[in-house]
Design a protein around this ligand. Sequence first.
Ligand code: ARG
Ligand code: ZN
Length: 879
Amino acid sequence: ATIYLKDYEPPAYRIEQTQLHFALHEDYALVTATLSIARTAGAPETQALVLHGQALKLESIQLDGNTLGEGTYVIDEASLTLEAVPGEFELRTVVRIEPQNNTSLEGLYKSRTMFCTQCEAEGFRKITYFLDRPDVMSIYTVTVEADAARYPVLLSNGNCVATEALASGRHSATWHDPFPKPAYLFALVAGDLSVVEDSFTTCSGREVDLKIFVEPKDLDKCDHAMDSLKRSMRWDEETFGREYDLDIFNIVAVDDFNMGAMENKSLNIFNTSCVLASPDTTTDAGYQRVESIVAHEYFHNWSGNRVTCRDWFQLSLKEGFTVFRDAEFSSDMGSRTVKRVEDVTVLRTSQFAEDAGPMAHPVRPDSFIEISNFYTVTVYEKGAEVVRMIHTLLGAESFRRGSDLYFQRHDGQAVTCEDFVLAMEDASGVDLGLFRRWYSQAGTPEVSASGVYDEEAQTYTLTVAQRTPPTPGQTDKQPVVIPLAMGLLGDAGNLPLRLEGELPDTETSDNTHRVLTVDSAEQRFVFTGVNEAPVPSLLRGFSAPVRLDYPYTRKDLQALISHDADGFVRWDASQQLAVQVIMDVQAQLDAGSEPDVDPLLIDSVAAVIADTSLDPAMVAMMVTLPGENYLAELASHTGQADVDGIHAARDSVREALASALSEQWQSLFGRLHSVEPYQASGPEIARRSLCNAALGYLSADSVDGVELALAQYHGANNMTDRLAGLQAVAYFGNDVQRDAALADCFDKWHHEALVVNQWLQLQAMLPLEDALSRVQALMAHDAFDLRNPNKVRAVIGAFASGNPVNFHRRDGAGYRFLREQVAVLDGMNPQIASRLLGPLTKWRNYQGRGDMMRAELEELAAVSGLSPDVFEVVSRSLA
Ligand code: ARG
Ligand code: ZN
């Protein structure tokens, strides 16, 4: 059933206190819930109490100590209803559940040998009957009871207030969380876990015990997460004035987890892939991911837990804001421009595609069937862009005042995106009126700009027009408020800016940069005193999540690449130039002619390599060609994507760069290659990224390059270099080299699950002819496990979204494979099944493939007993 935002009603009942008792056994668990319930003032006495509950077996139920007989309550597959209840009462239920058989990884389940929970968004109802909605906040006291030998560690939220040794080798621990919280923040863990301990002193002098619990084998992989946690705690105090509020903060790593991590109050639960790190198992990107996810979950303590969401339509209130916060943190810890480029790449590749497809939805969706389907790049990443735009419009200081006001005003409350915007307005005095459309309107605005230079008048006129294409269910779009950060580039650098009619004294210290506000369908900005024809530097820092179109010549792009003041624009121009050249080559190949790569691209890459003033990480990104998925997204925006054509053209441009600049790649590699002990520091990560980009080109160019990659694979003392070597051998080596290196890697690392996952993923993405049968073989491999989401993502997910030429095979075998896997997985883990389906939903985008893709979706639609998760995605895609 579809749920609508407009139907929101406040809860008729509250649950003030929640006492839970868990008796955990190998083949079942008994959950006793004692709830102090009160009717909301103003709600009618006749209002029935409807508790959520799913897959629960009710053993007994008592109201104020009296057992309720059958007929006094109604149970269906989703709820327990009591028709008439007192205004205030205590309800006690005992339910039996089977965590060991819970393959959905939602609610209480077993991951290998430990019990753990995942309740967001609506998993708590699989644990006990409850008002499982975020605007019902309760104080929890939780007792966990289990076998003492198998489960020596028993954890829940808040503080441990009692432990007890019990008969028959069992024991228990009782936890109390003084902060009222919604059920989705509840957590429980029981297992035989090792712990790494540290502490943090908060700004007001509170000593906080920090603990990371892992399986004993992973004890050596916690240091980086612990350091990241301490840095996050300090940063949140300094940057947002947020202090931690309990004496204890726990993190637990689990192998089987649907998402990255979860911010349960004082008991964060992490996918092992997002918390464990060691030089031998984790790449640089992995180290950075751990740092940012640890930060993200920690930051939720304020943006999510202390102030939470009123309903799930408001999900971006906590997620968009928290992604913004973690991105700022990462920018402060490392390079701001590099972080920005990484985030924009995700946004442009995945979020723009989501906005252009059947699942398009606003940052604040107005309806859903299954909320799990809305943990999306739109809610998270576009949501973060919306917060970033508020930051840009208000300025850092006012934004901080707004954030302080928001936390102060709403501490302990469940609120809405509108409350967030209001706090920002009230604290800054800035009217965000129509800016709100970013929350309610789906689709990516298209901004087209053009410029005219008038030499005589010394003016430059920039005309900016915007439109947002229709999305499913939202055909009429209004203009949005777009902060357009910009500059004008002259021969010798950026020019001073003065808008027509503006007084000279409005100039600030940096008068070569400003933020224009674009808020109507078409606008003109006239700059005066411009004494040469400039190249506009637009959307600096990607100041708004829009598609920008400006008719740059290749010379313009080259000028921006070589000397604009904005690092993001320099990178963006390098990408635009590469896109143009790849498209040229694609057209040449289509026409059956020899590819002819514009020497301008080669010159520009050579110049970037030679520019020693640039951060090596920036150079690495600027010399890396745009990905095939991004190219396909661009192509489908104006027509349909030809995956094979894109792949061939991109390969051929890469070969041209590899061979034309082989000496440069060689000297870069020679200069940057190092076998010093691994350090995950910014400069070292930057050095490795450029060195491995050079290695990629060298191995694309020659057999000597492949030998170099092979040598690096064997000689590496860290996962980044080892994987880069292996990848280069697997892509560019011959069959014998490839298979030998891959076999060697498994042989040496089969005992490290996180390495094995990367090994699986690398193979699933190889653009080889027999890729699909390789993927099928991998699924039959001992290392594979369909119940483990990381493995499913590494093989099936990576194949479907990271191996375009094979997923989109002409014979449709890739599509059939995905459909079959989704059908099987849907019976086990609907969230994972639904997520895997993403690539098929884009069926309208692919030349000559749409009918086959659509047919697989129809095939799925005909399956009986589909989960709401998969049903929603399939039916929207076919609508
Ligand atoms: N709140 C978590 C995070 O972003 C994600 C939880 C996702 N849960 C889900 N059922 N999709 O940090
Ligand atoms: Zn989050």
